[in-house]
Ligand binder design. Structure first.
Ligand SMILES: Nc1ncnc2c1ncn2[C@@H]1O[C@H](COP(=O)(O)OP(=O)(O)OP(=O)(O)O)[C@@H](O)[C@H]1O
Ligand SMILES: C=C(C)CCOP(=O)(O)O
Length: 340
């Protein structure tokens, strides 16, 4: 289901190749079964690993200075945030390579509001859909704010960017307008853009839900990152839902020029033409793992390796550093790559 690149005004070119576009999957950073609940430990660890992956220090053992950038008071925190202006003035720079883009999913934020009101199916003349559109955006933008704050606490200069507010829109659910100049200018200025799956206007349906997975594919087409990482709550793509005890992790998938794909590893599944069995949660409005695989295949066809793995593990850290290859026997996850 390769979607055509959106027709739009040309965006300015990126200053230098983006190193990595990463999806912080909603299944990993939120507790998916509990309405609007962040998985704090998973989010903290994903942000700390991102910081490590960006770090320019060669790890000589001395603790790195982290300039926390969340200077707002946190709920329940009695003290005002400490800002050591003298320390900051004495710092030569941030000591990190900020050439990353972060996109996060909605998890237990947004999907509930969207599915209850049918925002993904369109029809803004319905008061329920209109209210649901507003409720969905309140929910996903509040998650975006928390993620930006968590990244800022790790000293990552992150700025939240909502596709809806940047004027992104769709036509029959396919991206129609998606100007990335604000994203590119922010990268150029040394910021890490943090986008998210969003409720957007649709030329034919009035409105729909745009998945973070689709946003990543579009940005990969536009900016040609060195690699793309999807962090989620399972080790990668399995031959059937991982809740099945017989599910087998697919370690390597090859995508051909015509968009068809085949399993390379494990060898026992080579030539399996039954495809992958996927289950999607009832309230998920964007297609879950199926959308991720389809979008990842489009990215891989461009010659960009895609790594899908579990957040908060040694494997996610390696993926974020780009330290994975098809020979990495000890790496747990799915590599999706071009057959060329
Ligand atoms: N064949 C399969 N292989 C891997 N995961 C699968 C499969 N079938 C179903 N799943 C489910 O897909 C889920 C991950 O997909 P999902 O789209 O929910 O991830 P996410 O990107 O982290 O979340 P979000 O879309 O909210 O951002 C896992 O929780 C897993 O149980
Ligand atoms: C507003 C919503 C529900 C965004 C969905 O984005 P995704 O979780 O990346 O598929």
């Amino acid at each position: 289901m390769a979607e055509e690149a959106a027709q739009e005004q040309p965006s300015p070119t990126a200053p230098r190749p983006v190193r990595c576009i990463v999806k912080l999957g909603g299944a990993a950073i939120t507790n998916k079964g509990e309405l609007e609940s962040i998985n704090e430990e998973s989010l903290r660890s994903a942000c700390a690993q991102l910081r490590q992956a960006m770090s320019e220090s060669d790890g000589d053992g001395s603790p790195e200075k982290v300039l926390g950038m969340d200077w707002s008071k946190r709920q329940g925190d009695p003290a005002d945030p400490a800002v050591d202006a003298e320390l900051i003035a004495g710092m030569a720079g941030l000591g990190i390579d900020t050439n990353f883009i972060v996109v996060h999913g909605a998890g237990s934020f947004g999907h509930f509001q969207a599915s209850r009101s049918g925002v993904h199916k369109g029809g803004l003349c319905s008061t329920l859909v209109k209210a649901g559109f507003v409720a969905t955006r309140i929910s996903v933008t509040s998650l975006n704010q928390e993620i930006v704050r968590a990244l800022a606490r790790e000293g990552i200069p992150s700025v939240g960017m909502s596709p809806f507010a940047c004027g992104w829109s769709t036509k029959q659910r396919k991206l129609a307008s998606s100007n990335a100049s604000q994203i590119i200018q922010s990268l150029h200025a040394g910021f890490v853009p943090v986008l998210h799956g969003d409720a957007v206007l649709d030329e034919l349906l009035d409105c729909t839900i745009l998945s973070g997975d689709v946003i990543i594919r579009h940005l990969a087409q536009l900016l040609s990152p060195k690699y793309v990482v999807f962090l989620t709550d399972v080790h990668g793509v399995y031959d059937r839902p991982p809740t099945d005890p017989n599910a087998v992790l697919l370690r390597e998938i090859e995508v051909n020029d015509n968009g068809s794909w085949s399993i390379v590893k494990p060898g026992l599944l080579q030539g399996n033409n039954k495809g992958v069995e996927i289950s999607v949660a009832a309230h998920d409005t964007t297609g879950g793992m199926e959308t991720k695989i389809l979008e990842a295949a489009v990215i891989a066809r461009l010659g960009i390796d895609v790594y899908i793995t579990k957040a908060g593990t040694e494997h996610s850290l390696r993926a974020l550093k780009g330290d994975v290859s098809t020979d990495s026997e000890d790496w747990l996850g799915t590599i999706i790559r071009s057959s060329k």
